[in-house]
Design a protein around this ligand. Sequence first.
Ligand code: SF4
Length: 315
Amino acid sequence: MPLIESYEAEAKSLTKKYYKNEIFVRALIEFSSYCRRKCFYCGLRSENKTAIRYRLTKSEILVLVNNAYQDGIRSIVLQSGEDVSFSSECLENIIKTIHDSYPDIAITLSIGQRDIKTNITLRNAGAERFLIKHESCNSTIYNRLHPDQNLSERLKAMERILKAGFILGSGFIVGLPSQTNNDILHEMYNLRKNKYDMFGIGVFMPTKNTPLENYPRGSIGLTYKSIILSRCFLPETLIPITTAFHSSSGKDMTIKAITNVANVFMVSYTTSRVKNSYQIYDNKKSLTLDESCKLIEKAGKLPTFTRGDPYHVNH
Ligand code: SF4
């Protein structure tokens, strides 16, 4: 049996051992497309003047949370660019209102880097989880692609999130320029060392009007192998099908990844008026809840609308 097929079989068995047949469905609410950062690969970078910018109001966000709640979903992800117009007080107010109105919803933030005081404020307001990818644990690659920051600052930001008491999710991108297979192996050791509770592996997508627009797309096959390896290196971690993977790999590959290894699927609840403006990369696809559930069922798995905690929380 080729080596990757052995890992694939092991990943499948580990996924079943820790998460049975369940795929946790999360409602993704992309509430602001403004960002102060300049990440070379991202369509929302501040220097991209062609990006369409929007901010949802608190009441618009609450309508979307309620839509997800009425659909039975008990896990939401509030995502934005690094938009400091949403101050600590403003985010605290939004999170507190959600938490008070729907105490059984698990709130995840994906809002970029904040100071420790803000992180603590948002944790106390009721948010429990934080997604912030390190994108590459190779400092040369990271520093080249992030002109306004460096890897050690990023890692410190992640430490601040943990110190504030959040459950932390991280991840990296396959196919960044000059990335080697050795770098990917380092990502796996990094995952095991840091025991991230969630680990999202995206595929590099060249995006118009960014400095990397003419670079080749990352390999879907290598991304799939990386997802398989990540389950084997840290079996208990939550592994999402990232929108980048789903958008570029197509339906069959997505089903294969759900069948064998993933256990989280994000469904966009962002207002249709602005949904297409959250273009972190070109041709981003999103499925409705119904389409997502059908895809999950086709993979022989069970769409699950609970909080979807990492394994160790309940064991
Ligand atoms: S990757 Fe995130 S932080 Fe970087 S430019 Fe895009 S939205 Fe901003």
